[in-house]
Design a protein around this ligand. Structure first.
Ligand code: AMP
Length: 217
């Protein structure tokens, strides 16, 4: 199975893509995660990418196409692509990659939400310093303990989850990525889900849309 995952920053796209990839045994290809891994290596390329991401800008199309191609080639043609294509030129790059690899055109999932809800979610999003689990301060009665690994190592805010950067990311989403989403809405039949529903309901609606046979949890 092949899936393209869309949604504005903070709608829960990464979280849902991770859950769905585990449930359906697909490779989760997150271009944001791949870029953050490159940054960790502290190379010159990593520094260039960090400077762009920290300010809420996109990285140039030519930096990311090859990375996506290589990762798809390691996926056994079973993947969720989360974060790509994000610009109109990337649509054509992806189509070429799929054609060259003889991969059928993916199913498309779009998670919808209003900007106000996104801003509230992202400003309260943190990552566990021990296991990397994503938590929301809005939903935690005891914000010092990670609900997943029970660590008290604390939480870190992504540099690009600061309010001014969030506004920039949303602006870029509306200007640059929304035309991509509109293209797929117009020319294909995407599965459109309300991203503000409870997490479990969003997951189930996506799975129901993607697979016709029941999937064991
Ligand atoms: P994400 O984790 O998907 O929100 O991505 C984090 C950041 O990585 C984005 O704000 C961009 O700076 C960069 N990024 C991720 N995917 C792409 C892409 N397809 N094209 C350009 N930049 C990207």
């Amino acid at each position: 199975m092949q899936v393209l995952f869309f949604g504005s920053p903070g709608v829960g796209k990464g979280t849902q893509a991770k859950i769905i990839s585990e449930r359906l045994n697909l490779k989760h290809i997150s271009t944001g995660d791949i870029l953050r891994d490159i940054i960790k290596k502290e190379t010159e390329l990593g520094q260039q990418i960090k400077a762009l991401i920290d300010k809420g800008n996109l990285v140039p199309d030519n930096m990311i196409g090859e990375i996506v191609k290589e990762t798809i080639s390691q996926s056994n043609n079973n993947f969720i692509l989360d974060g790509y294509p994000r610009t109109v030129p990337q649509i054509a790059v992806l189509e070429k990659i799929l054609q060259e690899m003889d991969i059928p055109f993916p199913q498309i999932v779009i998670l919808d939400a209003l900007d106000e809800i996104i801003i509230e979610r992202l400003t309260s999003r943190r990552l566990c310093n021990s296991c990397g689990n994503i938590i929301s301060l809005l939903k935690m009665a005891e914000p010092e303990t990670c609900p997943k690994c029970n660590s008290k190592a604390g939480f870190t805010r992504r540099e690009d989850d600061r309010e001014e950067v969030i506004s920039k990311r949303l602006q870029i989403f509306h200007e640059t990525t929304e035309p991509v989403v509109s293209h797929y809405r117009k020319n294909y039949e995407p599965i459109i889900i309300d991203g503000t529903l409870p997490k479990g309901e969003v997951t189930q609606s996506i799975i129901d849309g993607l697979v016709k046979e029941p999937v064991s949890s």
